[in-house]
Design a protein around this ligand. Structure first.
Ligand SMILES: Cc1cc2nc3c(=O)[nH]c(=O)nc-3n(C[C@H](O)[C@H](O)[C@H](O)COP(=O)(O)OP(=O)(O)OC[C@H]3O[C@@H](n4cnc5c(N)ncnc54)[C@H](O)[C@@H]3O)c2cc1C
Length: 388
């Protein structure tokens, strides 16, 4: 009997969902082997990295503990190369892992501008968040510029301002904070930032990060003791370097079943994948990332049985945004992510946000016992029907 080797790269929200779903479904089978590779053995709750950056503790969630008893193998290491021709992956340069089917879930990081790598902090990894945490804790007084008015920028600016009221916090970027929300939610979000003392500058395009300032298009500079860069998104260069077809952000282009369009033995999930739905390409979120992982796992099981995988369908349902520890806005959305009329604000929204943020780990634990419990998410109705 030959063994089919499934290798899952990245134990983020999407890769973890794929690995645990697969492991639970093939438990006890000798003909399928599941291996998960990740940089850390602790699960990174990316949704809480702005808490780490402001010195607040987060839970210790052990990936090997979660996989225990499923038969899946865990390899801790940094994936340095992928060779789709030989179906091999290199880990920490010197270790080679073979696969028959690959699940590519290495996530994404913020975009960049000249000077950002040298002079700006990011929330790309837990280590980055810890470095920023130490810098902010030792700053005393000064100016923190948070570049990027997207939701990561908003949550980070609010958290820093609440935690360190003696600091001047400037949130700066192209768009208006909360731009995708309805008027009520957006107004609430902007008033909360004002209450926390965050200075907002929208319509500003950062073109360079300097050692003690940022430079805007038009030549103006804004002084900063610390710059946190949150603008844009890009995927790791690994997939493109391996010759997989990627989009302009380096995300793996997928077919309707989440397989790479150039290499169908590779499934791509989460932020690392460019996944098209009827309303456009998914933008990176945890709410869509976990379903992509589950769908890839279920598709692999179907393919092993000789069945065709089904198309992936997903519709958004909310945008929860924290505004410090006691306040938040939750914008409920149509499946295409456009805002509905209803939104939650204040303490109730903060509780909702916390419930959502805490939910992935219990979901994995449930899936480990009952894989089918992971298969429920909004499919998007008419917004996703009949795509490709
Ligand atoms: C501060 C912040 C707040 C956010 N808030 C929200 C929110 O409220 N709601 C929401 O839906 N989304 C939110 N997001 C976005 C969300 O975190 C991402 O969309 C989500 O993490 C994507 O999941 P993923 O599994 O694709 O990637 P990730 O969660 O980034 O996981 C990728 C995994 O791969 C590992 N990895 C990467 N490269 C390698 C390598 N070469 N070798 C080995 N391992 C590697 C990483 O260590 C990580 O474990 C937020 C993001 C940030 C930064």
């Amino acid at each position: 009997m030959t063994t089919h080797k499934v290798l899952v790269l990245g134990a983020g929200y999407a890769g973890m969902a794929a690995a645990i779903q697969l492991a639970a479904r093939v438990k006890g089978r000798a003909d399928v082997e599941v291996t998960l590779v990740n940089a850390h053995d602790r699960f990174t709750e990316r949704l809480r990295l702005h808490l780490t950056a402001t010195g607040q503790p987060v839970a210790e969630l052990s990936i090997p503990d979660l996989l225990a008893g499923t038969g899946a193998r865990f390899v801790r290491g940094w994936v340095t190369a992928l060779d789709p021709d030989t179906r091999t992956v290199r880990v920490d340069d010197d270790r080679v892992l073979h696969y028959d089917t690959l699940v590519y879930g290495l996530g994404g990081v913020a975009g960049t501008v000249p000077g950002a790598e040298e002079h700006a902090h990011t929330l790309n990894t837990p280590e980055d968040a810890e470095v920023l945490g130490r810098r902010l804790a030792g700053l005393g007084r000064g100016t923190v510029v948070v570049a990027g008015t997207g939701l990561t920028g908003v949550e980070s600016a609010a958290e820093i301002a609440e935690r360190y009221p003696e600091l001047r916090v400037v949130l700066l970027g192209r768009g208006e904070p909360g731009a995708t929300m309805n008027t009520r939610a957006r107004t609430y979000l902007q008033a909360a930032l004002e209450r926390l003392g965050v200075e907002v500058r929208s319509g500003a395009e950062v073109i360079k990060v300097l050692p003690d300032a940022i430079e805007l298009a038009g030549g103006e500079t804004v002084s900063a003791d610390v710059v946190l860069w949150t603008g844009g998104t890009r995927a790791a260069p690994l997939a493109a370097a391996a010759g997989l077809t990627v989009d302009d952000r380096g995300r793996v282009a997928t077919d309707a079943a989440l397989r790479s369009v150039s290499h169908p033995d590779v499934y791509a999930v989460g932020d690392a994948a460019a996944i098209r739905q009827g309303y456009g390409v998914l933008h990176g979120t945890c709410q869509s990332g976990m379903p992509t992982g589950v769908h890839a796992a279920v598709s692999i099981i179907r393919a092993l049985r000789g069945e065709e995988p089904k198309p992936f369908r997903f519709g958004y349902y909310h945008t929860p945004v924290s505004l410090g520890r006691h306040d938040a806005v939750v914008q409920f959305t149509h499946p295409d992510d456009s805002p509905r009329r209803i939104s939650l604000t204040g303490r109730l929204a903060a509780r909702y946000k916390e419930t959502v943020t805490a939910s992935p780990w219990p979901t994995y634990l449930r899936m480990k016992k009952m894989p089918v419990s992971g298969a429920f998410w909004p499919r998007g109705g008419r917004f996703t029907r009949g795509v490709r």
